[in-house]
Write a protein that binds this ligand. Structure first.
Ligand code: FES
Length: 142
């Protein structure tokens, strides 16, 4: 990381914090550790939010229906990115039925706080994940 990168990260943290994002949410957004795709995913599903933003989820599920890996591709805001990254931490290593039981409140708790106007972004991240699991369960082609 260069000095410029560190300055940029610092100023982004400050902006997000002033906007109402708690530390865990900011870190999820800046690190984006589960962004991308899985080439041989078991399931790929997509959802469009009421804001028009798009989320695509890639799920890798094993024969025992355990979620082994997850990635998101997102055209969306900081709220969407942080919520999606938190969803992955909540479902990785869990059974698909446990993943289906995850709700918006669980994700909000993990993020600690994001601006109220961004709560629908959490819904989009959760709905996209539920869609992916349901599609996987239904055995629909990608
Ligand atoms: Fe569209 Fe946040 S504004 S996902």
């Amino acid at each position: 990381m260069t000095t410029t990168d560190i300055d940029l990260t610092h100023s982004q943290r400050k902006m997000l914090s002033e906007a109402g994002y708690a530390e865990p949410a900011i870190t999820y957004f800046l690190e984006k550790k589960y962004m991308g795709h899985i080439p041989d995913a078991s399931q790929v599903s997509e959802k469009v939010g009421s804001c028009g933003d798009i989320m695509k989820i890639y799920l890798q599920v094993d024969n025992n229906n355990i979620v082994q890996d997850v990635r998101y591709e997102i055209t969306g805001c900081a709220g969407a990115v942080s919520a999606a990254m938190a969803v992955v931490d909540l479902i990785k290593g869990r059974h698909i039925d446990q993943a289906l039981a995850i709700n918006d409140g669980d994700v909000f708790t993990k993020l600690e706080n994001i601006p109220e106007k961004k709560h629908h972004c959490i819904q989009l991240a959760v709905k996209t994940m539920h869609q992916g699991i349901q599609d996987y369960k239904a055995g629909r082609p990608h």
